[in-house]
Write a protein that binds this ligand. Structure first.
Ligand code: CP
Length: 316
């Protein structure tokens, strides 16, 4: 397979396993570029990319912008909070006006699930979903999968080529998490065994139909898994109380040093960020040698370079 089967990266569930392998193999090449003294290639020199963010972001926005700059693309950054969206302009009018200035690709984060797919039906540009509400965050799932393959392949001196039989737990606020949705699709396509763990009120009904196990017991789940991807409690998406207090949440579903040390083996700790320190993870876990949280961020640039490069190959 020499290019992607899609013109847009909106959801992992739209991809074939071959697409995922192609993106991750391409990311290997860009990771090598990023290790050079001059971390830049002229690959997207003729391409202009708009980063359109309607919701707050630190990692994803900076990572895409850096990926674009490393590929020599021209970039423009749009923050809804300081734009004419505040005067009532629609999403499609906003993006069409940006595209009138000869933009080729749009990276968009939006609070509404489905906003990127709506855009893809109305505009002529490749769309990359940088997170749409509770729906999907495809590049986060790709960089998470890449980081697991890299970490578990360390002993053999090379990244694993798939995740067949690897036991991954996704822990926390599954209900509101676009990262969980995208991760489940990507991990299953790569062959991982996935268990979801969190309070019953934060577990979507019938989620087992996605081919995952569900557990409400954190200690048992950590004993089972090799990798724990711990999610942020998304208080901004919770309009009712899903658990009595953050203190109680962290008592039952927070990971601390004592809990990690009580396990029979050393597991890998991941988190997409931003971390609620002391809630999902204590600082001595988040900052420990078992944590690959900053490697996830580092890998995000190479993975996003790969996505942009491959989608640019599908421009009309
Ligand atoms: N992981 C992630 O999406 O972080 P940001 O919200 O900071 O982009």
């Amino acid at each position: 397979m020499s290019n992607l089967s899609v013109n847009h990266l909106i959801a992992i569930k739209d991809l074939q396993p071959e697409d995922i392998h192609l993106i991750l193999n391409t990311a290997d090449n860009f990771k090598e570029v990023l290790s050079r003294p001059i971390k830049k290639v002229p690959t997207l020199r003729d391409i202009t990319i708009a980063n359109i963010f309607f919701e707050n972001s630190t990692r994803t926005r900076i990572s895409f912008e850096l990926a674009e700059k490393r590929l020599s693309a021209d970039t423009i950054n749009f923050a809804a909070s300081s734009s004419s969206v505040k005067k009532g302009e629609t999403l499609i009018d906003t993006v069409n006006n940006i595209l009138a200035m000869k933009v080729d690709m749009v990276v968009m984060r939006h609070q509404s699930p489905g906003a990127p797919v709506l855009l893809s039906k109305h505009i002529k540009a490749n769309i990359v979903n940088a997170g749409d509400g509770t729906h999907e965050h495809p590049t986060q799932a790709l960089l998470d999968a890449y980081s697991i393959m890299e970490k578990l392949g360390e002993k053999q001196g090379k990244r694993l080529s798939d995740l067949k039989g690897v036991k991954v737990a996704i822990i926390g606020d599954i209900l509101h998490s676009r990262v969980a949705g995208s991760n489940i699709h990507a991990l299953k396509m790569l062959g991982a065994d996935v268990t979801l763990c969190g309070p019953p009120t934060l577990m979507p009904k019938h989620i087992e139909s996605m081919g995952v196990r569900v557990s409400y017991n954190l200690k048992e789940t950590l004993e089972w898994c090799e990798v724990a991807n711990v999610l942020r409690i998304q208080l901004e998406r919770q309009d009712i109380k899903f658990f009595p207090s953050l203190r109680e949440y962290s008592l039952y579903y927070g990971i601390n040093r004592e809990l990690l040390d009580s396990l029979s083996k050393k597991i890998v700790i991941m988190h997409p960020g931003p971390i609620n320190r002391g809630v999902e993870l204590t600082s001595d876990v988040a900052d420990s040698k078992q944590s690959i949280i900053l490697q996830q961020v580092e890998n995000g640039v190479a993975v996003r370079m790969a996505v942009l490069y491959l989608l640019a190959g599908r421009l009309d």
